[in-house]
Design a protein around this ligand. Structure first.
Ligand code: PLP
Length: 377
C-alpha cells in the first residue's frame, strides 16, 4: 500500500490493545520461537470462536491452503475444482503440488462457486476418467458460499472440500462459522484481513489425524527418529509465537471488528443505494457476512478502473474486484466451467475502503466522492 498523509486505505490493521501484552510476555519469557504458549492459546481461541475441534496456526493463508490440499493427498496430475472468482493465492497451491485447477464460475446470489456448475464439472471430469481430488470453495469478500448445496454435491460424489475462508473469519452460514463445513477450513491473518497477525494463517478441522499431520509437516516433517531420517517432504510453515501473540489480542476484538465492518457496509448502502444502477451484494437469509470488504456494482457504462483512478486522485484507495483466474495468463491452460458471470462482475465492480478503523469524516469523504463521480449531486 502506498503511504500518503491523509490517505484513506482499503483495509488496514486495527489493534485491539492487548496484543502487545502477549508479545511482551513472549519476549520476557524467551518464547521467541515457533512453539510456545501464544501458539497454544491462539489455536485454542480459534477453536472457541469457530467451534472447530482442532486448529493449527501457520505462517500464511497460502501455506494453509497448500497444507490443506497436501493433507487431502492432492499430488501431481490430480485435478482440483476451484472457484474462479478469487485471489490467485487460492489456486497457486494447486500448482505448487503439481496438480491442475479446474475453475468453476459463480452464482449471482453470493458471487461464490455455483453448485450446479460444480455438479456439471464433476460429471464431465468423472466421465473422462479424471475424478476430481478435492473442491476448493472460496467465501469471497466474507460472503459465505452456498454451503448447503455445495456440500450436498461434494458428498454425493465423495469429494473432500476445503473452504478458503481467508476473508471470512466471523462469517456464518445457517448459524455455523464458515470453515467448519468442509473437511478443512482455511483462514488468513495477513495485514489486510479482518484481524491480522501481520502475516499468518491457520487450518481448522474436526479430524485429529489431519491436525497432527499438519503440525508434523509444518515443522519440516521432523519425526522423533534418532537418526533424523526424513521420510516425508515437509515445510517450514509454523506461525511464530510472537505473531500468535498478536493473534490472541486480535481474536479478543473479532466480534467488534465484524460489527464495525458491517456498519461500514450499512453506511455505504444507506448513502449510495439511491444511485440508479448501483448495486450492493445482499446477504441471503442463510448467511451472516463479516463484510470484510464492501463491494459495489457500478451503474451501466461506468468503468471500474476509471472510478478507481478518480478515487486515487482524492487519496482514496479502492480495488477492482478479483479478475477471474481462468482469464489470467498463469492459468491460461486450465479448464473452466461456467457462464461468464465472474467476468461480468469483474467488469462492473469495485471494493470500497472498508477498514474497521474508518472515521466518520473519512466515510463521508468516500461517499461524497462516489456521488460526485457518479454525478448524482
Ligand atoms: C488473503 C487470501 C489468501 C492468502 O492468504 P495469505 O495469508 O495472504 O497468504 C488466500 N485466499 C484468499 C481468498 C485471500 O483473500
Amino acid at each position: 500500500m502506498m503511504y500518503r498523509p491523509g490517505r484513506i486505505f482499503l483495509s488496514v490493521p486495527h489493534m485491539g490493545g492487548h496484543e502487545k501484552n502477549y508479545v511482551q510476555k513472549a519476549i520476557e519469557d524467551n518464547w521467541v520461537t515457533t512453539a510456545g504458549p501464544n501458539l497454544v492459546g491462539f489455536e485454542h481461541d480459534i477453536c472457541q470462536h469457530t467451534n472447530a475441534r482442532y486448529a493449527v496456526a501457520l505462517n500464511s493463508g497460502t501455506a494453509a491452503i497448500h497444507m490443506a490440499l497436501r493433507l487431502l493427498g492432492v499430488g501431481p496430475g490430480d485435478e482440483v475444482l476451484c472457484s474462479t472468482f478469487t485471489f490467485a493465492a487460492s489456486a497457486n497451491p494447486i500448482l505448487y503440488l503439481g496438480a491442475k485447477p479446474v475453475f468453476i464460475d459463480s452464482e449471482a446470489e453470493t458471487w461464490n462457486m455455483c453448485p450446479d456448475t460444480l455438479r456439471d464439472a464433476i460429471e464431465e471430469r468423472t466421465n473422462k476418467g479424471k475424478k476430481p481430488k478435492a473442491i476448493l470453495v472460496v467465501h469471497l469478500y466474507g460472503m459465505p458460499a452456498k454451503l448447503k448445496e455445495l456440500m450436498a454435491v461434494a458428498d454425493e460424489y465423495g469429494i473432500p472440500v476445503v473452504e478458503d475462508a481467508a476473508e471470512a473469519l466471523g462469517s456464518r452460514y445457517s448459524g455455523h462459522q464458515v470453515g467448519t463445513f468442509g473437511q478443512i477450513g482455511v483462514f488468513s491473518f495477513s495485514d489486510d484481513k479482518i484481524i491480522t497477525t501481520s502475516a499468518g494463517g491457520a487450518i481448522i478441522t474436526a479430524e485429529q489425524e489431519l491436525a497432527d499431520k499438519a503440525l508434523f509437516l509444518a515443522n519440516h516433517a521432523n519425526d522423533a527418529a534418532p537418526n533424523d531420517d526424513h521420510a516425508e517432504l515437509g515445510y517450514n510453515y509454523r506461525l511464530s509465537n510472537i505473531s500468535a501473540g498478536i493473534g490472541r489480542g486480535q481474536l479478543e476484538v473479532l466480534e467488534l471488528r465484524v460489527k464495525q465492518r458491517r456498519e461500514v457496509f450499512n453506511l455505504y448502502r444507506s448513502q449510495l443505494e439511491s444511485i440508479e444502477g448501483l448495486a450492493f451484494l445482499q446477504e441471503p437469509k442463510t448467511s451472516f457476512s463479516n463484510r470484510w470488504l464492501t463491494t459495489v456494482l457500478l451503474p451501466e457504462g461506468q468503468q471500474p478502473e476509471s472510478i478507481r483512478k478518480a478515487l486515487e486522485e482524492e487519496n482514496i484507495e479502492s480495488r477492482l474486484l478479483c479478475k477471474p483466474l481462468h482469464l489470467q495468463p498463469l492459468f491460461a491452460d486450465s479448464l473452466y466451467f461456467g457462464d461468464g458471470l465472474s467476468e461480468k462482475l469483474y467488469n462492473r465492480g469495485l471494493c470500497l475502503p472498508s477498514s474497521s478503523s474508518l472515521q466518520e469524516e473519512e466515510l463521508e469523504k468516500v461517499v461524497k466522492t462516489m456521488k460526485k463521480l457518479l454525478e448524482v449531486v
